[in-house]
Design a binder for this molecule. Structure first.
Ligand SMILES: [Zn+2]
Ligand SMILES: [Zn+2]
Length: 138
């Protein structure tokens, strides 16, 4: 089903050994830096093939996707609209309420993604001088 090319193996290996939510450009750049020149179109095709085969997970952000390891436990994301960083969170009460909504609607929920958009702590603090050392890098 999945054609496992060396490029796809390299993409999968990179995702699997990091906690990063990768976008295709970042992945292509990283592969070039590690001596494996892979064209951006190949990266895009590789990512959707790997996702289709259930080997990586994706987060849909508007018309773009970011990809992460599949073996993490379920979590949702805070998305910074300034720097594009993704922070992960799990809130049991939110999880429970979502399941309850689905049940009340007679809706068989297969999965969900919850994205909170806003400004991350580091971006929110980085131009106030007195708080410089409080800014935490993600
Ligand atoms: Zn940010
Ligand atoms: Zn994540």
């Amino acid at each position: 089903m999945l054609r496992v090319t060396p490029q796809r193996q390299a993409i999968l290996a990179l995702i699997n050994r990091s906690n990063v939510h990768w976008d295709a450009e970042e992945l292509a750049r990283e592969l070039v830096q590690s001596g494996q020149a892979v064209g951006i179109a190949t990266v895009y095709r590789g990512l959707s093939a790997l996702e289709g085969a259930g080997l990586i997970a994706s987060v849909q952000l508007g018309d773009r996707k970011r990809y992460e390891r599949i073996d993490k436990s379920h979590h949702d994301h805070l998305v910074c609209t300034e720097c594009g960083s993704l922070e992960e969170f799990v809130q049991p009460e939110i999880e429970r309420l979502q399941a309850q909504v689905a049940e009340e609607k007679g809706f068989r929920m297969l999965n969900h993604q919850l994205l909170l958009f806003g400004i991350c702590y580091a971006c929110d603090n980085h131009d106030s001088n007195q708080d410089l050392d409080k800014g935490k890098k993600i």
